[in-house]
Design a binder for this molecule. Structure first.
Ligand SMILES: *Cc1c(COP(=O)(O)O)cnc(C)c1O
Length: 402
């Protein structure tokens, strides 16, 4: 078969060239029916059957003991970190290459992030870095494990499963056990991913999910805390619903939060959850097509998947090696955008973030290298195969031009 390649400047002039977004939701299941049910029954707010149903179905799907819905993923992280009993000035080891929310949540409770570099193979939290930090930079004292550089106590690890690929959890959990650290998983990008037969989000003491518009499933905005611990689940429900002890007299036993998900949002969540398996299949199909297009192209590295794990392939990301490809990641992003294809870099590594300039200094060269090279590509679950071909052709053409 002869495959015609169309130069991108010609494509740009074609009137039918439509924009291809990075990642948009697919709302073609029971969303309308369930939301209509909320409106018809007047249950639009923070109580209603869909909230309980979403929590129940979510925990069943993920294989967790308890699930507590929250208003968004950042709130889920905040609550999870409160559950751990972190105290002001404690330290939490967190992935440097991540969206900023987990580091912010650490600051919300007055603790400090210790930024951990990424490993080069799967771009996740580098467990060897964690081990080295714990063994070489910390000492055990009466008040706990103390970071010698700061004098503060290290109490928790917050691995972020970025882009849908699991962190290497077994050795991390071994270290947590050895050093008596709590583990909170940020599984917001890893819904549906599997680590050695176990679902991501069931491996830590608590795990957090997000249902923002660009996540694997969406409720418009929303989140979930899951945990195997009965007491933590009860506490999470209590804290996220204003810590109300007496609903008639409005007696509150603690400073709580209004972190509730509404019934309408939960209705969307129930409908989306029914489609999660289909979404995961679609994400993998998209990743496979990119993988076969980019493998062997000089200067490009397709998104990796470790042995023994199943990535959720939440956000398909490519690495560009400028000297070989002839164009750097930012130029490729601009080139794609000029062809009406939405592409974007990864997040600025958090140890470089002005928002966390007062955190302990960190050296994360791998995270910086990945940040310099990464390009996230369109991967909506409804991505039209012809559109994906256009993305691929535009990239391959850019490389020949360069
Ligand atoms: C999206 C995301 C969050 C936050 O979720 P929101 O629902 O937007 O608050 C947290 N951590 C990571 C890694 C994310 O990608």
């Amino acid at each position: 078969m002869i495959r015609l390649r169309m130069p991108s400047d010609l494509l740009r002039r074609l009137p039918e060239t439509r924009p291809i977004p990075l990642s948009v939701p697919s709302l073609t299941g029971s969303e309308w029916a369930y939301v209509r049910e909320c409106l018809d029954t007047n249950f639009v707010s923070s109580v209603g059957p869909f909230v309980d149903r979403f929590e129940h179905e979510f925990k069943r799907r993920v294989g967790a003991s308890h699930a507590v819905a929250t208003v968004n993923g950042t709130a889920a992280l905040h609550v999870a970190l409160i559950l751990t009993g972190l105290r002001p000035d404690d330290e939490v080891i967190v992935s440097a290459l991540s969206f900023i929310a987990p580091a912010n949540a650490i600051r919300y409770v007055g603790a400090w992030p210790v930024f951990c570099d990424a490993e080069p193979d799967y771009w996740q939290m580098d467990v060897r870095w964690v081990e080295n930090f714990l063994r070489c930079s910390c000492v055990r004292t009466a008040k706990g494990l103390v970071n010698q550089a700061t004098g503060r106590t290290v109490r928790a690890i917050l691995p972020v499963h970025i882009l849908g690929h699991p962190v290497d959890m077994d050795p991390l959990l071994d270290l947590a056990k050895e050093f008596d650290l709590v583990v909170v998983e940020d599984a917001t990008e890893g819904l549906g991913a599997i680590y050695k037969g176990k679902p991501v989000g069931t491996l830590g003491d608590a795990s957090c999910f997000s249902f923002n518009g660009n996540k694997m499933i969406t409720t418009g905005g929303g989140g979930m805390v899951v945990t195997p611990r009965d007491d933590w689940a009860a506490r999470a429900k209590y804290l996220t619903t204003q810590a109300k002890d007496d609903p008639l007299e409005f007696i509150h036993g603690a400073v709580g939060y209004n972190y509730r998900l509404t019934n309408i949002q939960a209705a969307l969540g129930c409908a989306q959850l029914e489609q999660l398996d289909a979404f995961l299949v679609a994400k993998r199909r998209i990743a496979d097509a990119y993988e076969s297009a980019f493998t062997g192209v000089a200067g490009l590295t397709a998104m990796p998947e470790a042995g023994g794990v199943e990535s959720a392939y939440w956000l398909y990301t490519l690495l560009v090696d400028e000297p070989v490809f002839g164009m750097d990641s930012r130029a490729l992003i601009a080139h794609l955008r000029s062809n009406r294809i939405e592409a974007r870099p990864l997040w600025q590594p958090l140890h470089l973030s002005p928002a966390h300039a007062d955190a302990p200094k960190a050296n994360c060269p791998v995270a910086e290298r990945l940040y310099a090279r990464a390009v996230s590509l369109p991967c909506s679950v409804d991505l039209d195969p012809d559109d994906q071909t256009r993305v691929i052709e535009t990239i391959l053409h850019a490389s020949r031009r360069g």
